[in-house]
Structures are given as structure tokens and as C-alpha cells.
Ligand binder design. Structure first.
Ligand SMILES: [Zn+2]
Length: 286
């Protein structure tokens, strides 16, 4: 079943759990993410970043839409970190049901203006929109976006941003970073700030850079009202660690020999996230 981001996330907000947004970059990963979500009876967000979309090509999108529609669980197809109006229109054209517009690097007013323009376009054709306020950190150059230093989201600004733009969900900066942490950086969430933002803003809140943070902090963030957590690095690391292991045998060559064990390893990591986010069994709410 294919749903808009709003229809998916509002239920999570009402029932205090978080839905994983897993980034997928190829067909095998897509199948693995849907399969593990079906096994866990968890709603899921298929997150596709513009770089991932140019890697797979828009011609794959009808297949992604068909796979989502045929899934036994609720699925949203979400553009991760849309940067421009044109990228968002491309997503609308190719079957996405949710888009993110990331204007977080812009001054507040410019971010609000851009986001409001995207909301007007997306809402008019039934898609929902995630905005971002504050900046998420990045750990290395493989990370999808972010700054060296985190700019934390101000609760009062979050309220004003939601009012001005009409976004359906809001990505906040409370201490996460995109990517995997090097040893000199410590992952630490400002849960006090999350509490303040949740009390002030009623729409679902989103945590980016959810890979590699301590499980207990993520678990607490879910209890305190985060409803969508983006996981990209952790599932890709699990996948490629297994691929490297398999390719140590120089005689293997067939994707259907190489990929299934890697997908199985990725599914183990994804299943742990689903449990951590309290999303297992939650398909029953839809
Ligand atoms: Zn992100």
C-alpha cells in the first residue's frame, strides 16, 4: 500500500513511534528493505536522495511504485534532501508520494520562502513535504549533506517556520550528523531541546543522520516524539561489509550469488532499527 508521507507519519505521531526511512540505491536493496519491513510488519519510508535517483535513473521509478503498491505494509516513497524546485517537480512526475526540501543552509527567510513554494506545488497534487530547520552535522565527505558544526534548531523559530510554510513534517538539528562517526567525534543528542521543540510544534519531527548514534539515545528520542528517523550509512555499511567478504573469493561473479547474503546482512541491521524505533507490528494502525 502506497501512502503520502503525511498519512504515514501522522499515525506515528498519534501512537508515539518512529518510522525508518531507509535510503536505497539499487533494486536489491529496495527488495531487502521491503522484505524486512513486511517480516516485521512495520511501515517504511523508501528514501531516495537526488544523487541516488540519478544513479538508478528515473526509469526504475515505475518499478519502485509497483513494488510499494504490492507490499503488504504501508510504504511512502520519499525524495530525500531535495535541493531545488526542479528536483521536487521531477519527483512529483515520477511517482514519489513525499518530498523533502532542504533549505537549511539558507537564511531563515529564504528557507521559509523556498519551502512554502514547494508546499504549494506538492500539496496541490497530494504529496506531503518535509522541511528542515537548523543544520545537521556531517562526519566525512561520503555523507550526503551537512556542515562541520551543527546549528541547533531553536524551538521558537521552528514554530514560526511551520506556520509560515505549512510543512507536514520537520527535520530538526539536535546533535545528529550524517555518516559514520570518526573516533574524535562523539555522538550526543540534546534530548532537552527535543522536548522543547516537541512541546511547541505539533507536526511529526524527523531525525536525520540517525546512523551510528548510541541506541539508548535514539530509543529515548523516539519516546520523546521523533516520528521518522533516516538510516542510510548503517544499512549500506552492513551490505558492503558482506559484499567485501564474499568478493574475497575471486571465482564468484554472478549478482545472484553475491547479493543475497549481503541483503541478508543488511536486513539484520534494518530489523534492529525497526525494533529500536518501536515500529515493529505498527502496520496494524493503518
Ligand atoms: Zn539527511
Amino acid at each position: 500500500m502506497l501512502l503520502s508521507g503525511k498519512d504515514l507519519l501522522d499515525v506515528a505521531n498519534e501512537n508515539s513511534f518512529a518510522i525508518p526511512a531507509f535510503n536505497i540505491s539499487d533494486w536489491a536493496m529496495l527488495n531487502g528493505v521491503i522484505a524486512v519491513s513486511e517480516e516485521k510488519k512495520s511501515p517504511v519510508i523508501l528514501a531516495i536522495h537526488p544523487d541516488e535517483l540519478s544513479h538508478i535513473g528515473v526509469d526504475m521509478m515505475p518499478g519502485v511504485v509497483a513494488r510499494a503498491r504490492n507490499a503488504s505494509i504501508p510504504v511512502t516513497i520519499h525524495l530525500d534532501h531535495g535541493a531545488t524546485y526542479q528536483q521536487v517537480l521531477t519527483a512529483i512526475q515520477h511517482g514519489f508520494t513525499s518530498v523533502m526540501i532542504d533549505g537549511s543552509m539558507l537564511p531563515f527567510d529564504d528557507n521559509a520562502t523556498l519551502t512554502a513554494k514547494i508546499v504549494e506545488a506538492a500539496h496541490s497534487v497530494g504529496l506531503s513535504v518535509e522541511g528542515e530547520l537548523g543544520t545537521i552535522g556531517k562526519t566525512d565527505d561520503e555523507a550526503e549533506a551537512g556542515t562541520a558544526d551543527i546549528i541547533y534548531t531553536e524551538p521558537a523559530e521552528a514554530v514560526r517556520f511551520v506556520e509560515l510554510t505549512g510543512v507536514d513534517s520537520l527535520a530538526i538539528a539536535i546533535g545528529t550528523r550524517h555518516g559514520i562517526y570518526p573516533s574524535h567525534l562523539k555522538a550526543e543528542l540534546r534530548l532537552d531541546l527535543l522536548k522543547e521543540i516537541k512541546a511547541a510544534v505539533s507536526i511529526p519531527l524527523v531525525l536525520h543522520g540517525g546512523s551510528d548514534n548510541p541506541d539508548d539515545e535514539i530509543g529515548q528520542a523516539v519516546k520523546l516524539g521523533v516520528n521518522k528517523i533516516n538510516i542510510s550509512s548503517d544499512i549500506k555499511v552492513a551490505y558492503h561489509r558482506k559484499v567485501r567478504e564474499i568478493l574475497a573469493d575471486a571465482t564468484v561473479r554472478e549478482p545472484n550469488t553475491i547479493q543475497p547474503p549481503a541483503i541478508a546482512a543488511m536486513k539484520v541491521t534494518a530489523a534492529q532499527k525497526i525494533d529500536l524505533f518501536d515500529a515493529a507490528g505498527r502496520a496494524r494502525h493503518y
